[in-house]
Design a protein around this ligand. Structure first.
Ligand SMILES: [Zn+2]
Length: 450
């Protein structure tokens, strides 16, 4: 969005009001303890808002819809706390969580899905719904009515301005954005029966099972050097100086560019996958656990904290989660998760799992059958086959030739109980027949059991 400076002032005021109302709601709910009366719901909060607007001139001067929609956002966030992944709604901070929702002011007749006009059950009158007021100016530009600001111009990223009831305005990194509340339709499957497995990594963001390697664009070396330069300048500038502010703003702009690139790549890649593949398989990653800090506690500080932080940054810069999420949005029901363990160590030709097969970061040569392949492609093939953790004992020599099995697999998965073979009775806890990988390597050789 490109508001004029007066419009920008008004929109920042809307942001402040929305944030204030949201934080009041958070405070009300934070006050609750077992035994106290339950915190007010949306309807009660709206009633209280009306009272508060009457009592406080400055709040009453703001837009009622903007304030009420902040309460509605809160109610929705509260309802979705177990499903959204964000948990309990928390404080909104100035400069960080700036934004507000606007309800359209235009009235349009509503229709049933079959096309007949929607009628009020009591009065029998036509139901009138809300719609945002958007005007297309030319191929690139359109304008939208924002309360208190009049027409605000924005760049179109779609051919036609959408039919929406509400829109959300956000302010981040010194930029205004508008998002219309429309759920776009999903992309149709091509119907070719094409199945693809995707192995996500740090070196190669997404290795596809058909051999393609897709990389998420990062900042260039030059841009990274610029970030470091301006961070250094900011650190050396006196506190509260203009120089410090300018240096930090430059850093923020460069970092925002990296985020933009990542998002753009994820959007394009997920659309490509949804358009060209019938079934898309990802390995199941718990990114939150993978990127946990190694800091530890004061009493027990962790080791290699800086290195782990660097790896975490590299993982998060790949946009693994976003790619998976957006693909699911665009191709609902056509995305599957495959258990991740050993997808990178399993031979996709014969199924043998062996640490030594992975010769280096890039090369995979199976020690069992001699199958040689790029390591990421091999992993992607495993993901496509839907197999990661399940080891399949070799039946015969694979296509790559007959190399004798040199040793027991070093990373065997827990094996099922074999009928007729007494299990080594250790602590009596082996009734399930599951042995850890450590036991299987150091345990009794197979021949002596039989
Ligand atoms: Zn093999």
């Amino acid at each position: 969005m490109y508001p004029t400076s007066e419009q920008e002032q008004q929109m920042l005021l809307h942001c402040a009001h929305a944030r204030y109302t949201w934080n009041l709601a958070v405070e009300q709910h934070a006050h609750w303890r077992p035994g106290r009366r339950s915190a007010p719901g949306f309807a009660e909060q709206c009633r209280q808002l009306t009272e508060a607007r009457r009592a406080n001139g400055w709040l009453g001067a703001g837009n009622a819809d903007v304030q009420q929609q902040a309460l509605k956002d809160f109610a929705q966030a509260k309802n979705a706390k177990f499903t959204s992944g964000f948990g309990e709604p928390t404080w909104r901070r100035k400069y960080v969580h700036e934004g507000f929702r606007v309800v359209g002011t235009d009235r349009v007749p509503e229709f049933e899905p079959d096309g007949s006009p929607k009628l009020n059950a009591k009065t029998g009158k036509q139901v009138m719904g809300r719609s945002v007021v958007v005007q297309k100016l030319n191929r690139r530009w359109a304008q939208v009515k924002v309360p208190g600001c009049g027409w605000v111009r924005f760049r179109l990223t779609r051919r036609e301005p959408p039919q929406a009831k509400t829109f959300r305005v956000t302010y981040k990194n010194n930029r205004w954005h508008i998002a219309f509340a429309v759920i776009p339709g999903s992309i149709d499957a091509p119907g070719t029966g094409k199945l693809i497995g995707i192995d996500r990594g740090v070196k190669i963001t997404a290795a596809l099972s058909d051999g393609r390697k897709l990389n998420c664009p990062q900042l260039t070396v030059k841009e990274q050097a610029q970030i470091r330069k301006h961070q250094r300048r900011a650190a050396r500038a006196p506190k509260g100086s203009d120089r410090k502010t300018v240096a930090y703003a430059t850093v923020a702009r460069l970092k925002a560019r990296e985020t933009d690139r990542r998002k753009d790549w994820c959007e394009k890649t997920s659309t490509m996958l949804a358009r060209t593949c019938d079934l898309i398989r990802f390995e199941k990653l718990n990114i939150k656990n993978m990127t946990a800090s190694a800091k530890g506690t004061v009493e027990q500080p962790g080791t290699k904290v800086k290195q782990k932080a660097g790896l975490n940054r590299a993982i998060l810069a790949q946009g693994w989660g976003l790619l998976r999420r957006r693909t699911e949005h665009k191709a609902p029901g056509r995305v599957e998760d495959v258990p991740a363990p050993f997808t990178s160590l399993r031979c996709s030709a014969c199924g043998w799992i062996e640490k030594k097969s992975r010769k280096s970061q890039a090369d995979f040569v199976c020690v069992s059958c001699g199958f040689a392949c790029n390591a990421d492609e091999n992993a992607a093939n495993n993901v496509a086959a839907g197999q990661g953790g399940i080891s399949h004992p070799r039946q015969s020599a694979g296509a790559g030739g007959a190399t004798a099995v040199i040793s027991r697999s070093s990373v065997r998965e827990p094996q099922p109980t074999r009928v007729g073979i007494p299990l080594p009775t250790g602590g009596g806890g082996c009734q399930t027949g599951l042995r850890s990988s450590h036991e299987s390597t150091a345990g009794v050789p197979h021949s002596s059991v039989t």
